[in-house]
Design a binder for this molecule. Structure first.
Ligand code: GAL
Length: 418
């Protein structure tokens, strides 16, 4: 073999190696997400395994922090350094923001081929599409106005689920008498905001929620109904345990699971923790709409946004988006996660009673005009407004603002953030 032949062979080997490398790289997705609790990770595993069956590898980029606050910071750093991940878990207005920057991929072809237009509800399409183009694949629909109760504690307190704030307060008093923490709350701005939006909905009803939170009407943000909201927040604060500050949501759920606390106000991702602990709805725990919010649904939907990172990644991105919209996956994932399907054509048979209620409530709220986006989970306002509200709500809850001051601050902070 002469030198020329050897170098030709070597070049050929290099080409093969390169191609093999490219194929391997093509068939992997790097996924940025914040699903790090036990229930969340179990749900995400369903997707990982499905993709593996399709020959698509999974590079995990978990960024802990409920509601994705830290994940979005990590994403900004990755995009700024010119290295966005393949796919990113994202909520509502954040999707719009990234789409506006022109850095996300287009999923139109797949969406058309699979008829997404017909099966994804309009409330979700509002965020899955930008400028008429599909740019995200919705995984689920979560809802935030839920209350999770320890069944044994509830039974001991008489067994009646509270239907309004007064009944809730009476129940929390009974939990107090039992010597347990009445209300397990984690003091983080997004959790304070999640509690606040349920209290807003309960106090003023859906029309008021829409006026105050969606339309940002200054009078609604500072008037008598909002005064009641802040007074109720102060009252609820008296039922927290001394260690609530900064606690992650799933640790609060654990307190209720263990019977150390009676109840938790939280979105239905909380159910994922109960199921992970092998607890059953109706036997070990009870899921009810946050008292006074029956018939209304505040929703948020986790969606996967595919970043525009070149043709060689596209095949894996499309496989992932397609796996996410597969009806069988929608059942397998959402029954573990606590959410309900993002598609309207998935039967509820495999879902437990809380899941069935979630699906029914969502369909009824969508047709009856009592469905609205969750502020705390990115579906009511862009990030700046959401954070402005969090600031006021958290400071008030921590006693740094009186109700009077909060009522003055709220419309001011919101106006400044717009
Ligand atoms: C929500 C998200 C859920 C869950 C929760 C707690 O914003 O939609 O999937 O992860 O945060 O982290």
């Amino acid at each position: 073999m002469n030198i020329r032949m050897i170098s030709k062979l070597a070049a050929g080997a290099a080409v093969i190696a390169l191609t093999a490398g490219a194929v391997q790289a093509q068939e992997e997705v790097e996924v940025l997400h914040w699903w790090t609790s036990g229930g969340e990770a179990a749900a995400l595993n369903v997707l990982k395994e499905n993709l593996q069956k399709e020959g698509v590898g999974w590079k995990d980029m978990p960024v802990a922090g409920g509601s994705g606050v830290q994940a979005m910071t990590a994403l900004r750093a990755r995009v700024t350094s010119g290295d966005p991940p393949t796919a990113v878990q994202m909520l509502g207005f954040d999707i719009k923001d990234w789409a506006e920057m022109g850095v996300v991929g287009n999923l139109d072809e797949l969406a058309t081929q699979q008829g997404w237009d017909k099966v994804i509800p309009a409330a979700l399409q509002e965020f899955s599409k930008y400028d008429g183009h599909w740019i995200a694949a919705p995984v689920n629909v979560h809802s935030t106005n839920w209350l999770w109760l320890n069944k044994a504690a509830l039974d001991k307190a008489g067994g009646k689920a509270p239907e309004n704030i007064d009944e809730l307060i009476a129940l929390l008093d009974k939990f107090k008498e039992q010597g347990i923490t009445p209300l397990a709350h984690g003091g983080q701005p997004w959790q304070d905001g999640t509690l606040w939006e349920s209290v807003v909905l309960s106090t003023g009803g859906m029309d008021f929620y829409k006026k105050a939170v969606i339309e940002l009407d200054p009078e609604s943000l500072s008037g008598d109904t909002m005064r009641k909201v802040f007074d109720t927040m102060s009252k609820l604060r008296t039922y927290f345990d001394p260690n609530f500050s900064g606690r992650d949501w799933n640790l609060s759920t654990a307190l209720v699971i263990e019977g150390k606390a009676g109840a938790q106000q939280m979105g239905d991702w909380s159910k994922g923790e109960w199921l992970r602990a092998e607890k059953k709805p109706g036997t070990d725990f009870v899921c009810i709409r946050f008292p006074g919010t029956q018939g209304s649904v505040l929703f948020n939907s986790d969606q996967f946004v595919m970043f525009d990172i070149g043709e060689e990644k596209r095949d894996a991105q499309l496989k992932m988006a397609s796996a996410v919209e597969d009806p069988a996956f929608q059942i397998a994932f959402n029954t573990v996660k606590g959410s309900v399907p993002a598609r309207t054509d998935v039967p509820d048979t495999e879902f437990d009673d809380c899941g069935k209620k979630g699906m029914k409530d969502l369909a009824e709220a969508a047709s009856g005009g009592t469905l609205a986006g969750s502020l705390a989970h990115g579906h009511a306002q862009p990030g700046a407004v959401k954070e402005a509200v969090f600031d006021v709500v958290t400071q008030h809850l921590n006693g740094q603002l009186t109700t009077e001051q909060a009522l003055q601050r709220l419309p001011e902070a919101v106006a400044a953030a717009q």
